[in-house]
Design a protein around this ligand. Structure first.
Ligand code: UT7
Length: 313
């Protein structure tokens, strides 16, 4: 699975949106039996942003990506929203975003938890190959609404945010060079949130499995792309825990200076985490045309997904 010999997906714009309200570790010290030192040393997180709705954050991120791409809604054929925190069961939150941004085309939500954005990238490539011209691909989450703020095992980890890319069908350079998608529902009990309930997580076991599935999935995507880890200019993993990132980097054989890590300021934003990290890398000038970028997500399901893309803008 996953060989993509001639892709036509070109990312032509990106953007992000974060709520204004900052919750620091010191804020959490006041309500939970925890410390800034514990949170920082065990997770790498200093603060997270809280607030807004999945649609409002998605609209802001989508608008920023469209502006950077220089396109308006009538040039977009599909809004593909990756989220596990839609604002309603019905309609899909993507429909609300589509209307607000004046998008002419279709709209659909995709839920693969923290792996969602990478599934979305692969789906985007498929939609473009099927004939669509441009897709607004968004990861947007309001994890704060799923968090049990009395549970120190999870409340310290998650944050809200959104980021988006505009992907265009192109005969030029760039594209999806290889990917890997996976799921093992026998581990579904490790990370759950019932409808109307809050997140329950077996943190240690998720940690252990996460490192394994990330590394294996990343290696399969590289194999399908016909590339090795030394060909990767930037590794953009799901931002879950700095120690998970360090372990994965060591096992993959990539240095941390070629790895995006924005955990300190945003925490774990689930399906928004990879596009947020990608947008911040692009903003910081860490991506150049021709760069091969490896993105790897993992999360509830358990699900995992990796893709190698060639940056083109
Ligand atoms: O995107 C979704 C994927 N999710 C993840 O990737 C999460 C993966 N898991 C993790 O990131 C880590 O397992 C956690 C950060 C959630 C927990 O870190 P840990 O190093 O695995 O801690 P632990 O669960 O083994 O707990 C160690 C100790 C325990 O105390 P005792 O039993 O040793 O006395 C916990 O009760 O730390 C305690 N503890 C805390 N202490 C202070 C757990 N949470 C906290 C806390 N503050 N917030």
């Amino acid at each position: 699975m996953g060989d993509v010999p001639s892709s036509h997906t070109r990312i032509i714009g990106w953007g992000s949106a974060l709520p204004d309200k900052v919750i620091t570790n010191a804020d959490l010290e006041r309500t939970l039996d925890t410390t800034d030192e514990w949170i920082l040393s065990r997770t790498g997180i200093r603060e997270r942003r809280i607030g807004g709705t999945t649609t409002s954050l998605g609209i802001a991120a989508g608008r920023a990506a469209m502006e950077r791409a220089g396109v308006t809604g009538d040039a977009i054929d599909l809004v593909l929203l990756c989220t596990s925190t839609p604002d309603a069961a019905l309609p899909a939150s993507a429909n609300v975003i589509q209307h607000e941004l004046g998008v002419r085309g279709g709209a659909v939500d995709l839920n693969a938890a923290c792996s969602g954005f990478v599934y979305g990238l692969v789906a985007t490539d498929g939609f473009l190959r099927a004939g669509l011209r441009r897709i607004l691909l968004i990861g947007s989450e309001t994890m704060s609404r799923l968090v049990d703020w009395d549970d120190r095992g999870t409340a310290i980890l998650f944050g809200d945010g959104a980021a988006a890319v505009v992907a265009e069908r192109s005969e030029g350079p760039g594209g999806l060079l290889g990917f890997d998608l996976g799921s093992d529902g026998s581990m579904s009990h490790l990370l759950t949130a019932e409808v109307g309930g809050t997140i329950r997580m077996e943190g240690q076991e998720v940690f252990r499995q996460a490192v394994r599935v990330m590394v294996e999935s990343a290696q399969r995507a590289l194999h399908h792309a016909g590339l090795g880890i030394d060909d990767i200019a930037l590794f953009v993993p799901h931002q879950a825990n700095a120690r998970i990132l360090t372990s994965a980097c060591t096992r993959l054989g990539i240095s941390e200076d070629r790895t995006m890590n924005n955990l300190a300021n945003v925490g774990n934003t689930s399906a928004a985490s990879i596009p947020l990290a990608l947008s911040m890398a692009a903003e910081a000038g860490r991506l150049a045309p021709g760069d091969r970028v490896l993105v790897t997500g993992f999360g509830a399901g358990m699900s995992w997904a990796s893709a190698v893309i060639e940056w083109a803008t």
